[in-house]
Design a protein around this ligand. Structure first.
Ligand code: NAP
Ligand code: ZN
Length: 381
């Protein structure tokens, strides 16, 4: 199975795929707004390749380099406004999930007016400006899904999902992930693995989504094991390819089946304490897997066979990579409970899973009643 078998998507993948398919940019118009964060688009080499491809097609371009991690509504509105001012025919997002999600949401604001910007979360829009994605992390799978995680300006992460939010083209070249540090690699790889597990054990999963999740998990898990043992394996081309393509399968899987309760729990840790998305999610993943395997024991063998490891191995690997001394207050546990009350991911979790149960899991793992501040500690890997 390869990405050509997927419905609805224009995934262009492989080594030097931008250079080899540069003519695709010419199909989208004559003016492009390029959307990036501060550094990664340049550092990864992706920006230079995109500019070269645009110039070969006589497309004029302008840079919008203001995307921050966990992008907000204001950033997305800013992209929309910049696109209108420049008369952009299309957007090109380059980066990790933050730049790609901001581009996706910016494509809505470029051609829609809302009474207030938060109305965008209602997903009642008919049109978006065409956009292209170029991924530089191996984590979110944002290149291939129709989801934008955009924080309200107060900081709360919320998702926008709509069929109009698929990229016109996504250029997926693992070489752009080579410039990630060890910690970025671990955090994003864990995010991708969580996408595979949470979609696999989602009430909304289908045969198709489980197939995607299995493809992703099989590629990612052995490389997580390698990352535990060797910080210097980062420059290994095969590891980068497997992690990146695995993350794309994970993106395809969550696009159908969604994520489970670790994601909303993790959002609270990211918003309040700045823990990177992948780690914030993965610290809840062992609890999720234990719960899911109890609910669906018949999937145990398929999972273990797919990834070539047993239950304890998975727990040990995740524990080793998420090593931390995080403690959280009663107040923050309550916030996690509140988030779980309304999160669709709670409903998608197998069995009679309730928000109270999710809160309790967070308490067992992290609660420190003596803590004066909301949060202490960090990811110590
Ligand atoms: P990210 O927030 O996009 O990037 C994290 C950091 O890594 C940034 O400092 C970024 O730099 C840097 N970086 C990115 N690529 C790099 C490279 N090749 N070399 C060196 N540094 C690089 O990380 P992410 O984990 O990919 O995305 C997380 C966001 O995606 C969160 O907002 C999360 O909620 C969202 N998300 C979306 C989906 C989805 O389905 N759409 C799924 C899961 C998570 P720059 O700032 O310079 O770019
Ligand atoms: Zn995620």
């Amino acid at each position: 199975m390869d990405f050509g078998d997927c419905k609805n998507l224009r995934i262009v993948w492989g080594n030097n795929c931008i250079d080899r398919n540069a003519q695709l940019f010419g199909r989208l118009g004559k003016y492009a707004l390029i959307v990036t964060g501060k550094n990664s688009a340049r550092k990864s080499g992706a920006l230079a390749d995109v500019i070269n491809a645009l110039e070969r097609n006589s497309v004029r371009y302008k840079l919008f380099e203001e995307v921050v991690e966990n992008p907000t509504l204001s950033v997305a509105e800013g992209i929309g406004e910049a696109a209108r001012k420049f008369g952009a025919d299309f957007l090109v997002g380059i980066g990790g999930g933050s730049a790609l999600d901001a581009t996706r949401a910016g494509s809505i604001f470029a051609v829609n007016k809302f009474r207030k910007s938060s109305d965008v979360y209602k997903c009642e829009f008919e049109e978006t400006l065409p956009f292209v994605c170029v991924g530089t992390t191996a984590g979110t799978g944002s290149e291939v899904d129709s989801i934008a995680i955009i924080s309200e300006d107060g900081g709360k992460k919320r998702s926008i999902k709509n069929d109009k939010l698929y990229a016109w083209f996504s250029f997926c070249d693992p070489k752009y992930t080579l410039s990630m540090s060890y910690r970025q690699t671990v955090s994003t790889a864990l995010d991708a693995f969580c996408h595979c597990l949470e979609s696999w054990f989602s009430k909304a999963s289908t045969e198709e989504s489980r197939e995607y999740a299995a493809q992703g998990a099989a590629l990612i898990y052995p490389n997580l094991v390698k990352l535990v043992g060797d910080r210097y394996i980062l420059y290994n081309k095969r590891l980068r390819e497997e992690l990146y393509y695995g993350s794309l399968w994970g993106g395809l899987a969550i696009d159908i089946a969604g994520t489970g309760f670790p994601h909303p729990c993790g959002y609270v840790l990211t918003e309040t304490c700045g823990v990177p998305h992948g780690i914030a999610t993965a610290v809840f993943e062992n609890a999720f897997l234990r719960h899911s395997l109890n609910e669906l024991p018949e999937e145990r063998d398929r999972l273990f066979e797919t990834i070539g490891a047993g239950e304890k191995d998975i727990y040990d690997t995740i524990t080793a990579l998420t090593k931390n001394n995080i403690r959280i207050s009663k107040e923050l546990c309550d916030e996690i409970g509140e988030r779980l009350k309304t999160a669709p991911a709670t409903e998608r979790t197998l069995g009679e899973f309730s928000w109270e149960e999710g809160k309790q899991l967070a308490e067992i793992r992290f609660l420190d009643r003596r803590l004066l501040e909301k949060f202490s500690g960090r990811w110590t890997l």
